[in-house]
Write a protein that binds this ligand. Sequence first.
Ligand code: PEP
Ligand code: CO
Length: 457
Amino acid sequence: MGQPSEVARTWTPSSWQSFEAAQQPTYPDPGAVDSALKQIHGFPPLVFAGEARSLQAQLGQVAAGNAFVLQAGDCAESFDEFSAVNIREKLRVILQMAVVLTYSLGVPVVKVGRIAGQFAKPRSSPFEKIGGEDLPSFRGHIVNAAAATSAARTPDPDRLVQAYHQSASTLNLVRAFTKGGFADLNRVHAWTQEFVASSAEGQRYEQLASEIDRALKFMRSCGIETETSDSLRSVDVFTSHEALLLGYEEALTRQDSVGGGWYDCSAHMLWIGERTRQLDGAHVEFLRGVGNPIGCKIGPDATADDVLQLCESLNPARIPGRLTLISRMGAERVESSLRPLLQAVRESGHPVVWQCDPMHGNTFSAPNGLKTRHFDAICGEIAGFMRAHAAEGTWPGGIHIELTGENVTECLGGAENLLDTDLDGRYETICDPRLNARQSLDLAFRVAELMRTSGVA
Ligand code: PEP
Ligand code: CO
């Protein structure tokens, strides 16, 4: 490593404050925000720098084409739907998807939840007209409440503290579930939910789980202890969220006692959203200085030049696994919009992870006004993403999905063929529509097939 660059010398956890920060709420009492942030600054970190480095090393394997990353969870976590059951069900689906992908692709699957901190939402407009009244938009439970009243929508700094505590409890449970026996590969059958078990995709999963069982039995007959092996008994599920509220992120940014670098200890991985990726903006400024692995959403209008400049600012040292580019183009546009970007990044030699978010470019309103996405468009975007990579000789490193473990009716289609008239049944998301457990499991099988048929795996 050479001398730290000029850029690296001038970064501090608060240097973002001299840049324009998009999408920040306007609080009625800025003094109350300062005291909430001061309190959070005094709280323990949620994750350790060493864990973030371990995720970065695993993502480095993805960048090199030797592993796949599954990032998944809620669009926005809710203060109201906060329970052990809710977290467990989400983990079950993520574990099931990961096992399907690992078994089918034959490479390690890095698991990252949109969990334990995914509370803040960017909005296309700061106000929303409801019943003739202009109300501040709902920005996620870390900022305000969703109800259509002016009191509910007023940003409340106490919510920053509540989000920290909910993140800590959620992460505690994630650690217990993933390290305490629940995620043991010897229990691969137990991850299926009752409502999934009898479905076609549930049965397909059962068959795969039985094959894994047989393989484990074979290993035991060969004298390998599968019941005590750490790598079979526990998994790593890392946490991530969009680093939107920069005051909150700064308050949890701590200097690593081992290497001296700064880490945003609110999650293992942080990403920059499509609406906040301005090269001269505060979000890029903040995230370029933390040591965590980071992501950046890339929409259909991003140019090759934009993407190369993001790579230079966010990963000047070209560390593999440091930067994940999350394309979210829409099924129609992905192949043609992505190819020039893949080509430019490949030619620049930047070691990025390319991840496909097939959700955010495929959202529309159903006739009853509810926001939805069609399962076929989601598969279609992933297929276009794979074709683009196959054509450019690059590695389609992973997928980024909004899902829940519940049997909700938010996205259309899938094996049960949900129709727009079904959406009212269980439409529970507080933000974007999520795949339900059956659709998610189905998607994992589709992704594995697409990887094989597109010739990339
Ligand atoms: C999201 O991931 O929930 C989101 C808002 O995405 P994007 O920034 O890509 O629109
Ligand atoms: Co979303």
